[in-house]
Design a protein. Structure first.
Length: 411
């Protein structure tokens, strides 16, 4: 009988241990892969459930602002809140131990028709002068449209409108809930459960839309300079708010009787005032921004109530003026100066002095052009209104019978 030395036995033991370790690692790897695959599948199902849920909500537009829906893929919890001229939709998808949150900013999608202009019927025709361009469908007073003359300047183009022209039957109306919210926004956040914050110049303040809204309210004027404000934040003054060009504002809401935006300011925000809003020169307000001037039912617009957009400024979003018109006031309440470019919508229950360009749709009580000390009612001179230059994907103001759309995803 041949004897094996101790070294051979030790080698066999080592090999056995190594094989056992490899088998153990393989089993652990298979188990981990199965567990990871199951986790990935459940997480994917949760995310797909929330994406489908948002699309279903947008398409069906349930009347409840808070609702829970249970599907075979898990539970969906919706919460809809106003956020300026938009709404923010928070949705939570739950499946077993997995939870996923998503927040969207909602507005109304564009209709199939490319509507450029709606003017209330006050028995005055729309008069075009100079190098005026209107592209898109126009809904006008019964008197229609014609050429005119200002200081010897006439209209010489072969067509008045590059689109359909029809008498206006009914002026489009904003949704009741949106209008009611805008008319009460000055007091809307006074008695809410929002989280109060304190801000100061030089600070940086960030707040996710998946958290409670942070609100800073001050009875005195607020000067926003050398400050960063981003996200789910509301700044409100009982006097006025001044935005300096050194500020960095993104997706926030500003509320005050008076709002002054200084020259060269850039940002993305919604401004709500009850007295006036001024936008300086060379400002750039990116989508989805909004300038909103609202008077309550007890007061009419006077010559001291207006929005003035300075020359060479740009705005991507909405301009809104709501309230009763003073029959004795002949001044325009919205002034869009030369070389201004608005891309989006203007909804004005007051008169507009348009000297720049609007790529989108205008809804207005009428136009006023001031020249050589005279006021020309319902005149447009050397301006452009072009609905064709507004993307079909644009999402904006909520009108009655309009369809919801997603303006942007929040964070």
């Amino acid at each position: 009988m041949k004897k094996l030395n101790a070294g051979a036995l030790q080698l066999v033991t080592y090999i056995t241990v190594i094989i056992a370790l490899l088998l153990g690692c393989f089993i652990l790897l298979v188990h981990t892969q199965r567990k990871f695959k199951t986790k990935s599948y459940n997480l994917t199902e949760t995310i797909q459930n929330i994406d489908k849920g948002i699309l279903d909500f947008v398409n069906s537009a349930p009347k409840q602002d808070s609702v829970s829906i249970y599907t075979n893929k898990g539970a969906l919890n919706y919460k809809l809140e106003p956020w300026g001229v938009f709404q923010k939709l928070g949705i939570i998808s739950k499946q077993k131990t997995y939870t996923y949150k998503k927040t969207a900013l909602l507005g109304s999608s564009q209709p199939i028709e490319e509507n450029a202009l709606f003017i209330k019927d006050h028995n005055k025709a729309l008069v075009l002068v100079g190098d005026t361009t209107i592209k898109g469908d126009a809904y006008l007073p019964e008197q229609g449209i014609k050429s005119g003359n200002i200081a010897g300047q006439t209209y010489s183009k072969p067509r008045f409108v590059d689109g359909n022209i029809a008498p206006i039957k009914q002026f489009p109306k904003l949704k009741f809930k949106l209008r009611n919210y805008l008319q009460n926004i000055q007091n809307y956040y006074d008695n809410t459960n929002s989280e109060p914050i304190y801000i100061k110049s030089g600070g940086t303040y960030l707040n996710s839309f998946e958290r409670s809204t942070q609100v800073y309210i001050n009875p005195n004027p607020i000067y926003l300079e050398n400050i960063t404000l981003k996200g789910n934040i509301i700044i409100q003054s009982d006097a006025k708010i001044v935005i300096d060009a050194s500020s960095n504002l993104k997706d926030v809401i500003l509320i005050a009787p008076i709002i002054e935006i200084e020259d060269t300011t850039k940002g993305t925000f919604q401004a709500f005032a009850s007295e006036y809003i001024t936008v300086g020169k060379h400002c750039n307000l990116k989508y989805p921004s909004a300038l909103v001037l609202v008077k309550d039912y007890r007061n009419s617009f006077t010559e001291d109530n207006y929005i003035d957009v300075g020359s060479n400024s740009r705005l991507r979003g909405s301009i809104v003026l709501l309230g009763r018109k003073d029959s004795k006031n002949y001044n325009p309440q919205l002034i869009i100066n030369k070389s201004v470019e608005i891309k989006g919508e203007i909804y004005s229950e007051q008169t507009i002095e348009l000297l720049g360009k609007v790529f989108g749709t205008i809804y207005t009580d009428g136009f006023i052009t001031r020249a050589n000390g005279s006021y020309y009612q319902n005149h447009l001179c050397d301006v452009e209104i072009n609905r064709h230059k507004l993307e079909d994907e644009y999402v904006g103001l909520a009108f009655q019978n309009s369809k919801k759309g997603i303006a942007k995803w929040l964070y």
